[in-house]
Design a protein around this ligand. Structure first.
Ligand code: SF4
Length: 367
């Protein structure tokens, strides 16, 4: 059965860099690129997708939820939810606009999905509950998903795993690798410790072991003869991502670029820290101000969604947020906060300065 290789472009920097990386390093993999369009992305995101298509030399499939609707996907589902705006505690938007359309796009095909979580991040990407979809993380030292690692390193199948290892390394066995592998997980020795020790000991050997283990399962990877990523021990961090985007000519998404502002005689800069819908409730106050000042038409559209008691932020409406005194205070607080953090970060990007911004949010929308 044919296994499909897919890579979702969220409009953010990491998935864009991953698409470039995969084309450059694995040109023989026939990767299908797709993007789930909510209909409410920034123009900068659409531009990034166009730039990527030029670089990749193939088109990126636009997947849209509710295709037969007369409305754009977000508005269609908002109406279905009776005007109830999504929030971090009720994130129907990701499910309806990203995950379900993606699962429809791949159907019941066996799929390897490449995800751009970086080596310096501590979060898992979206892992489908469908057993026909397997996620791979090429930027991390551990390219495998959590469910695979749980099966491989848990104590239940340890004898099977050890015998697989012995078959794999008939002649030259690494004593250290074998010792780590034989150690049982316990309160004093976690699965993560074991994983990291094995990767540090020999990443390629570890990947070969995982691959031969997966061959005994129903994971999509079991159906392919060769998987070139098991020979990969690259670890890519944030700076690498910006370098890939710049060196390829695709460029950094425009919304990341800093724009100067002045408040009370103090100079500072702002930008947006992430891709996704222009009204995304995950954005920080300064990003709302950025939206109001840089894209006032979009801000007004976001305001129009606030009715019948629903609002994007719990503490204040968008109408209150743009009162001159409030904007001034948001900017002052932002300057205070960033000047403390900027001493630790040389990066010009808001996403780096507000380092908590990136970890919060949706792995489908912001990779
Ligand atoms: S970007 Fe934000 S609002 Fe849009 S689908 Fe993702 S989580 Fe929902």
């Amino acid at each position: 059965m044919k296994v499909r290789h897919v890579l979702g472009i969220s409009g953010g920097k990491d998935s864009a860099a991953l698409a470039i990386y995969m084309k450059d390093h694995y040109p023989h993999l026939d990767i299908e690129y797709y993007t789930c369009d909510t209909g409410k992305e920034l123009d900068e995101t659409y531009q990034l997708i166009k730039n990527l298509e030029v670089y990749l030399g193939k088109s990126i499939t636009r997947i849209q939820a509710a295709q037969s609707s007369n409305e754009v996907p977000f508005d269609h589902f908002l109406e279905m939810y009776g005007g109830y705006l999504p929030s971090s505690s009720s994130r129907w938007c990701t499910k309806k606009l990203k995950l379900e359309p993606f699962e429809k796009f791949v159907g019941n095909d066996l799929v390897i999905s490449y995800v751009g979580i970086r080596g310096d991040e501590d979060r898992e990407g979206y892992i489908s509950k469908k057993t026909t979809i397997q996620s791979i993380f090429p930027f991390r030292k551990n390219i495998w998903s959590e469910d695979v690692i749980n099966k491989l390193l848990g104590n239940v199948d340890s004898d099977i795993i050890m015998s697989l290892y012995k078959q794999l390394e008939k002649n030259e066995r690494s004593q250290r690798f074998q010792e780590i592998l034989s150690q049982q997980i316990s309160f004093g020795y976690t699965q993560n410790q074991k994983l990291n020790q094995l990767l540090d000991c020999d990443t390629l050997k570890f990947n070969q072991l995982v691959f031969s283990f997966l061959k005994t399962t129903d994971y999509p990877i079991a159906k392919i003869d060769d998987f070139p990523l098991i020979e990969n021990d690259d670890v890519l961090v944030r700076d690498d991502i910006f370098n890939i985007l710049e060196n390829s000519g695709v460029g950094i998404p425009e919304y990341y670029k800093k724009i100067p502002f002045n408040i009370n005689g103090k100079e500072s800069h702002y930008s947006r820290s992430r891709s996704g819908c222009f009204f995304c409730f995950y954005q920080q106050k300064i990003e709302w101000v950025w939206l109001y000042e840089q894209h006032p038409d979009l801000y007004l559209q976001a305001m129009e969604y606030e009715k019948d008691g629903y609002a994007w932020n719990q503490e204040e409406t968008l109408a209150d947020l743009i009162k001159p005194e409030r904007i001034k205070r948001i900017k002052e607080e932002y300057i205070k906060r960033t000047s403390r953090k900027a001493q630790k970060s040389n990066s010009p990007f808001l996403v780096d300065i507000l380092s908590d911004a990136e970890s919060e949010g949706c792995a489908s929308c912001f990779i």
